[in-house]
Design a binder for this molecule. Structure first.
Ligand SMILES: Nc1ncnc2c1ncn2[C@@H]1O[C@H](COP(=O)(O)OP(=O)(O)O)[C@@H](O)[C@H]1O
Ligand SMILES: [Mg+2]
Length: 408
């Protein structure tokens, strides 16, 4: 019979440790994680990444801006600091096999220096810069021949006016480095609305992204995982529904023609390869009313459009991201069931979600995820995924559950 350390008689250990017989021996068994991963950011995406890390025996440590961050509240090992401080990032990354990112808002110079110092960044600086800067992403994608909405850099009302005269009102003006959830996106329908746009901070003295307003028939997100060696795994397309710029519902699989889904998948794969993305890449696209696909936005790392993968796919996006950044074999992305997700968004009705949780728990095929955040207006507080026989039925259930949880 094989003997493990636990089988060694304590007297033998005592003498081996040079401890006098009769005293309690000091035995140090070294715990061996399967890997160590550092993540910049400690929001709900880091929190859910940690759940996958636990499954895979990975030690995850996150760089948190605040001890109220969703991952910190959940007990994820953390270091407090700033994503714009090289010292804080390095301290978090010490001893990690790879460094990955919940958001792209780390200055490029820090990323390059980290690489020079020998840290393995997954994704790397070039790919991350496309997620951080929407204007740069537009330029790189259009130069590579991918269809994107007509766009121009603008830094004054006259620039915007010129763009609007060329493309027609309304137009969209975006903060190229905004966070997500539509916070930096402004639809402008006339010259009058333009007058006060550039006169107040944060508009003054910066370059913004002007875009044609796309007549959107549907929005979709293609999630693809890619390893540093170039292995890829494509998820079934997700259709996303935005309300006031915030993703409110997800449908998986998307209710769109197969030819569109196929084309979107091929584009996402070329973008993943062309940008040398590692981990999860989400390519947000518009299907316009003429039936054309346009690439809107690139996001790296687990993405809220992929939350249904937790229950609906063989491998969740969080497990897959960890596998991909560690160069481990990617898991199957096969759909187990049609699914829909409704985000639980903060507002006056959302304060009692936790109290109403038991109401939703008794319903089969319904999965609630809460992020432990304060019920601030417009903030995602959690999501609920429903698995059903069809996407339509799943959407109906997810909507009903979100209403149950957020309406008194
Ligand atoms: N050019 C556009 N035309 C029409 N709608 C747009 C355009 N750009 C963005 N939107 C709408 O605003 C939402 C948020 O814009 P996006 O660029 O994805 O920024 P965010 O980083 O906030 O997700 C999109 O999902 C879409 O519904
Ligand atoms: Mg977006």
């Amino acid at each position: 019979m094989a003997r493990g350390p636990g089988d060694v008689p304590s007297s033998a250990l005592a003498s081996r440790n040079g401890v006098a017989s009769g005293m309690r021996p000091r035995v140090r068994l070294r715990r061996q994680p399967s890997a160590k991963v550092a993540m910049v950011g400690a929001g709900q995406l880091a929190r859910m990444t940690h759940q996958a890390a636990v499954d895979l025996g990975i030690d995850l440590v996150v760089l948190a801006e605040s001890s109220d961050d969703s991952a910190v509240v959940a007990g994820v090992p953390f270091r407090l600091g700033s994503a714009t401080s090289l010292a804080d990032i390095r301290a978090t990354a010490a001893g990690a096999d790879v460094v990955t990112f919940e958001h792209p808002f780390v200055p490029s110079r820090h990323l390059r220096e980290m690489e020079d110092l020998g840290y393995r960044l997954r994704p790397g600086p070039a790919a991350l810069s496309l997620a951080r800067d929407k204007l740069k992403a537009r330029k790189v994608l259009s130069a590579s021949g991918f269809p994107v909405p007509a766009f121009a850099p603008v830094s004054s009302p006259s620039d915007v006016l010129r763009f609007a005269q060329e493309h027609g009102w309304p137009i969209v003006v975006k903060n190229p480095r905004s966070a997500h959830d539509g916070r930096g996106v402004h639809v402008i329908d006339s010259e009058d609305r333009l007058a006060h746009l550039f006169v107040q901070p944060p508009w003054t003295g910066r370059v913004w992204l002007a875009e044609q307003f796309v007549e959107i028939a549907a929005e979709l997100a293609i999630l693809i995982a890619r390893t540093a060696q170039g292995y890829v795994a494509l998820y079934p397309a997700v259709q996303t529904i935005q309300r006031a710029g915030i993703r409110s519902h997800l449908l998986m699989p998307a209710l769109l023609p197969g030819s569109i889904i196929k084309q979107a998948g091929q584009m996402a794969k070329s973008i993943a390869d062309g940008t040398d993305a590692t981990g999860i890449l989400a390519v947000e696209m518009f299907l316009d009313t003429r039936g054309e696909l346009l690439v809107n936005e690139l996001t790296l790392g687990p993405h809220d459009a992929g939350h249904a993968t937790i229950e609906a796919c063989e491998t969740s996006e969080f497990h897959q991201h960890l596998r991909a950044v560690l160069d481990w074999p990617l898991g199957a992305t096969t759909l187990r069931s049609a699914a829909a997700t409704a985000n639980l968004i903060g507002g006056p009705d959302a304060t009692g979600i936790a109290a109403r949780l038991p109401l939703a728990l008794g319903i089969p095929g319904v999965y609630v995820h809460l992020y432990s955040g304060a019920a601030l207006h417009g903030r995602k507080l959690g999501h609920v995924t429903a698995l059903r026989g069809s996407t339509e039925e799943a959407l109906e259930t997810a909507q009903a559950m979100a209403a149950l949880l957020t309406k008194p």
